[in-house]
Design a protein around this ligand. Sequence first.
Ligand code: ZN
Ligand code: ZN
Ligand code: FE
Length: 765
Amino acid sequence: MDCTRAKIAVLGAVQGVGFRPFVFRLATGLALNGWVLNSAQGVFIEVEGPLDALQSFLTRLRDEKPPLAIIQSLESSFLDPIGYSGFEIRFSEEKGAKTALILPDIAICSDCLQEILDPANRRFRYAFTNCTNCGPRFSIIKALPYDRPNTSMKQFSMCPECDREYHDPTDRRFHAQPNACPKCGPHLELWNASGDVLAREDAALLEAAKFIKEGKIIALKGVGGFQLLVDASAEFSVARLRTRKKREGKPFALMYPSLDQVRLDCVVSEMEGRLLRSPESPIVLLTRQLRESRVAPSVAPGSPCFGAMLPYTPLHHLLLLELRFPIVATSGNLANEPICIDEKEALNRLAGIADYFLVHNRPIVRHVDDSIARIVCDREMVLRRARGYAPLPIRINESVPSVLATGAHLKNNVALSVGRDVFVSQHIGDLESMPAFAAFRKTAVDLPWLYDVQPELVACDLHPDYLSTKYALELGRRVERVQHHWAHVLACMTENELDDPVLGVSWDGTGYGSDGSIWGGEFLLAEDGSFQRVASLRQFCLPGGESAIKEPRRTAMGILYEVFGREGLRNHALPPIADFSEREIALLEKALDRGLNAPVTSSAGRLFDAVASLIGLRQRVTFEGQAAIELESVIDFNIHDVYTFQLSDDSPRVVDWGPMIQEILLDLQRGESAGYISAKFHNTLTEVIVEVAREIAQSRIVLTGGCFQNRYLLEKSIQRLSQENFKPYWHQRVPTNDGGISLGQVIGAARAARATTLSAKGAAA
Ligand code: ZN
Ligand code: ZN
Ligand code: FE
């Protein structure tokens, strides 16, 4: 029987309530080996055994916990076994001051939910109800220690009843810093677009619900920022929100009144249901039901998934209870800007987008977006780490110097290491606008300040033009630059607790290569503390450079030119060629001949774009990854065929996808379906991974980079690698997209610093 290790961190009211003996009984009852450790930071558990026993351990850990124990946060990952024998209760080895953990914002608990629905309770319908076990944390903390005067609740002085609860050790609200009630706490207001108050308190909520029913767009001040809400079934209203927000194709998230209603539109497994109802309460990517849905087509055009979540604050619960139908709940911003957190600012920045504003007077200290997660191969995979997760650390195996990593350009976040903890900040976004860069700078200062750490080192990307790189270089500290795809590999190795040697498959859209070219389809061998680029996809030219990212048809032209030369641009029956005018084709040909504004790339992401264009799915995109998502959505799951490819003996080896493109054109001529070609294309890429793994003769394969957000590619690669006796690893707690780069940069910089120290010692000896 295969043995796996589960590594679990539990935070909450789990100390002194019989939690450790409970864990001991549960583990030994399931014949699992390992240990449980109580520390000032929380309860840490490692258990080993068969996967189904571990899954049942995780389920029962939440369901059967002692009555007084409250789990506020539970993060688990599945790792290689160590070979524990027996189960032991370990004692905290920690000495001296330990970094205090700041809890994330978590969903309302069942006790508080009951209170707001109980007409006899003094918090009946009160939208800011919370207790020690639930409510806002990270989004209201100004400084440590976590006490009311250090939060944005400082301005509200507690009424005698709340004060009594706060000081009563037997009360559920003992030392609940955001404790509040209708008498003394924050309250709601409904504003029109000019900021005039239309209604207050419960009337504001009811009025807002009425407007949503009428198809209006409401900006709601939530826990970590504004959300834009609209009736998800009203096509006209959803389309209007897209136009106003300047967000053309990117799917919107949905908030459902109940899990039963989610099931009407999506396939929900038991694990997915648990994730939806967890205290973290992320947006969960779910496969759509095949039948007709009441959700408007404009919500997620061309996507095989819906991003769904359940209400997580009292405010959301009360609103959805009133509506009883799903709503679009998307971040309150203009495309490419960070989420709004202040109501005065929102009136200005969301002017022309929202019709009404449902606001409150509890200030938000820092923005925290909704998180995004999905279940892959029976494991959670976090794709955007924000509310519910940030700023919990990723625990690593050894202490590292304190490094501040400034992350990537897209899906940016920053990270800070303190001892054995790497604190990954909340998702910031694409650093494409001045407001986004301002949010980045604020977070890069905020994180070290919160934890009171002076970073010894700053880590950043190799790309000289990234704003995050420029920022790092201007700090005047020692800087380590970490190659983008290497950072992806290190992030995945770190969360899977892997050491060298490992073969990293690092596939994404774009990253600055060590040789100055654009990388993106890389095989990096992690060896002796550093990496070697052992294989890569065949390079081709991107006519128009950056603009090719927006136009898959340009990428397709680059591919055709690479395989067939000028002749490749003459087949006017091909969708990308048909999409250009004669004059444009002549210009493209000239640019490709001379290599003008046509940078070379080995990008895997662009290969997806090119194939989507060749088979006529999409010639232009409105967000990165759109063409790949549509290519994935048409896959015919019954097709197991593959195309031909070649692997050279060079160093680095080159994966030649030329024969595949020739065969795709033949399939098109034969009139094969998009679903057939797409399946064959995906299958080919997984065979490429298996073949390179064989050639490099590494058994441990790390799958990382934005391309592995593609569920079919990831699951098929895992399945094929396992069949061929390789051991595949992928992301769980940290995003596989560029949201994982900052963690990788921390580790890369720490490795480089260690190498420098060692060589300095060597020189001295
Ligand atoms: Zn509560
Ligand atoms: Zn009160
Ligand atoms: Fe990347």
